[in-house]
Ligand binder design. Structure first.
Ligand code: AMP
Length: 613
């Protein structure tokens, strides 16, 4: 039977692996290489795009027609990508809510179409090596990928002609590859994954052969590429000084691509050696460049980038409520963890030497293959559990976020809540699905919106049940049901265009940074909604039965009304926040002052109702 292959679709390199007779291994391509550079080159004319090493080779000569690191753009909207991130040697286009596009040779490519080319090559290579058709795969994604990015990855697999059986988190796959299921029950481990483009730290717990993710943190914009850029900038300065040319070398994309390649090569070599030679022959017709680069220099150039991972590690530990000493193992994933500087930092943070028994480049693909084997019936007693990286919820009255599935919940998961209307005779309810940790809806990411219609009724009467379900692939299905009629709508949050994505790490640090402001906003909005309701109800009651009130009491109510209105005016036009304490006090005073009015109004309504036929 054809296996379900495991694919690590990486920013820099991609791999495909399988399990044979219980042994996972990475499948080499026709040239015997196990890492396929995640690079696609579009040649002139109608020729098929080149993928992998051949495309990598074309990159220096045809930088504009060669696409690399496309994983960074998967499932993202133009507006989410800062302009400096679009500064690559090829063009990246995208604005507002539109998808990111990569125009090459007169055609605009979507990131998933480019990834599909890489996946199609891996599929072909696997078929050639295994001698069977390969049509099913498990594909891995960084733990921090949101729904849109997972969906774009799944779409890429489908475009490549694969049935994507599962999308799993890279650290979870790596834990499988390291065979950490053999550790003792309830052992906790950390997976430190620094690849070409992303950083992930995950704390997992093993429970009877099952992996549970206790917490995940990371940075979707930090990886080996950033180190390469630092080293390349240093080399470019040296090149400029040596050439004496007035033109800035950074303006020449071919030169930049060549220097970047040399920087990456030197970085790798310096993982094993203390010093290496960088040589760039014929940068211009009459100019060649060479220099010696030391490990010490490269460490000095990149130290702060590597150091950035420390805060993520500490936060992941704190989220899991663990100390480094509670961990049974720390494993390394991603080619960049070969750098001695990275290993030293990991050892310092976790107080133990990291486990490096599995090739860090291959761990994720091997784990994905093991997961594929589990799905096709092998390795029966292992089970995978993942968690949601961010809270999921809906927008409620006043623009507040109401979380339905909290961050770090184990998936698959189903959770729901009942909602009602805030306005009389509302005919429909807008379900605005959000992802994030902020109190206000507008500060979270919008995953999409849809409407559910129901028969009009006074406010507060309709009941709409909203249920969120995250399936084993991490994809969110939202169900909204009008409880009265049973009319329901189920929407899969899948369109990359409808989904907003910012770096998860940014979201979390912003939620901490703005915690006080957010709380002040929420308190103000809550008090304002209450004030609005009370003003309306009091005025209505005064109009109906106010004449029967004693003038002194009526005067007190007028004063209390006025105080609520005055408190509402403390709202700052710019920040939209006012004095919530004052407003809450005024609400309370109005509530006290209207006790008798409320009773009178209720009696009048009841006796009127009794008289009606
Ligand atoms: P990955 O995303 O796991 O394929 O990681 C690729 C990243 O690892 C790239 O930035 C490579 O430059 C980097 N890398 C690969 N091998 C080494 C090495 N021996 N030393 C340092 N970095 C490496």
């Amino acid at each position: 039977m054809a296996p379900i292959v495991g694919i690590d679709l990486g920013t820099t390199n991609s791999l495909v692996a399988t399990v044979e007779a219980g042994m996972p291994y990475v499948i080499a391509d026709a040239e015997g290489r196990r890492l396929t550079p995640s690079v696609v080159h579009f040649p002139e004319g109608d020729a098929e795009p080149l993928v992998g090493v051949e495309a990598s080779r074309a990159r220096a000569l045809h930088p504009r027609e060669t696409v690399y690191s496309v994983k960074r753009f998967m499932g993202r909207r133009g507006a989410e990508i800062p302009s400096e991130e679009m500064l690559l040697s090829y063009l990246v286009r995208g604005s507002d809510a539109g998808p990111v596009e990569i125009p090459v040779r007169g055609r605009a490519w979507r990131p998933e179409e480019i990834s599909a080319r890489i996946l199609a090559k891996l599929k072909r290579d696997a078929e050639r090596m295994l001698g069977v058709e390969v049509s099913r795969a498990v594909i891995t994604v960084p733990a921090y990928f949101n729904d849109a990015q997972r969906n774009a990855t799944k779409k890429a697999g489908e475009l490549a002609g694969l049935v994507v059986e599962r999308i799993i988190n890279e650290p979870t796959a790596a834990a499988l590859a390291y065979g950490l299921d053999k550790l003792g029950i309830r052992s906790k481990i950390a997976v430190y994954d620094l690849g070409g483009g992303t950083f992930d730290i995950s704390i997992l717990e093993l429970d009877g052969g099952a992996f549970q993710v206790l917490s995940t943190h990371g940075n979707t914009r930090l990886g080996g590429d950033d180190l390469d850029r630092r080293i390349a900038d240093h080399l470019l300065t040296l090149v400029a000084a040596a050439s004496g040319a007035p033109a800035k070398p950074a303006d020449d994309p071919v030169l930049v691509a060549r220097v970047r390649e040399a920087a990456e090569k030197a970085k790798r070599e310096l993982s094993d050696k203390e010093e290496t030679e960088v040589s760039l022959p014929f940068l211009a017709a009459d100019f060649s460049f060479s220099t010696r680069l030391s490990r010490e220099k490269v460490e000095a150039l990149t130290h702060d980038l590597v150091e950035r991972t420390r805060a993520n590690c500490l936060r992941a530990l704190a989220d899991a409520k663990l100390q480094p000493a509670d961990l049974a193992a720390v494993v390394l994933v991603g080619g960049q963890t070969r750098m001695p500087l990275v290993r030293r930092l990991v050892e310092k943070i976790f107080g133990r030497e990291p486990n490096t028994t599995v090739n860090p480049d291959e761990a994720v693909a091997l784990g994905a293959a093991i997961q594929g084997e589990i799905l096709s019936g092998g390795f029966k007693d292992m089970l995978l559990l993942d968690v949601t990286p961010l809270s999921l919820g809906i927008e409620t009255f006043g623009g507040l976020m109401n979380a339905i599935i909290p961050r770090n919940s184990t998936i698959p998961i189903k959770a729901g809540e009942m909602f009602t209307t805030a306005v009389d005779r509302q005919r429909s309810m807008l379900i605005h699905v959000l992802q994030g940790e902020r109190e206000l809806a507008k500060d979270n990411w919008s995953l999409g919106r849809f409407e559910i219609a129901f028969s009009p009724a006074p406010k507060g009467v309709p009941r709409v049940g909203v249920q969120f379900e995250i399936d084993a692939n991490g994809i969110l299905h939202v169900l909204a049901r009008d409880v009265k009629t049973g009319v329901e709508k189920v929407v899969e949050m899948k369109s990359a265009v409808d989904v907003s994505d910012e770096a998860v790490e940014k979201m979390i640090s912003e939620s901490v940074e703005h915690a006080f402001d957010d709380l002040a906003q929420r308190q103000w909005i809550d008090a304002k909604i209450k004030a609005g309701d009370m003003l309306k109800a009091t005025r209505h009651a005064l109009g109906e039965v106010g004449a029967t009130l004693d003038p002194v009491e009526r005067g007190k109510i007028e004063v209390a009304l006025h105080e609520v209105e005055a408190a509402l005016e403390t709202e700052d036009a710019k920040t939209k926040v006012g004095n919530a304490t004052l407003l809450k006090q005024a609400n309370g005073a109005l509530d006290d002052a209207t006790q008798r009015l409320a009773t009178l109004f209720l009696d009048a309504s009841l006796s009127r109702a009794a008289k009606e036929p």
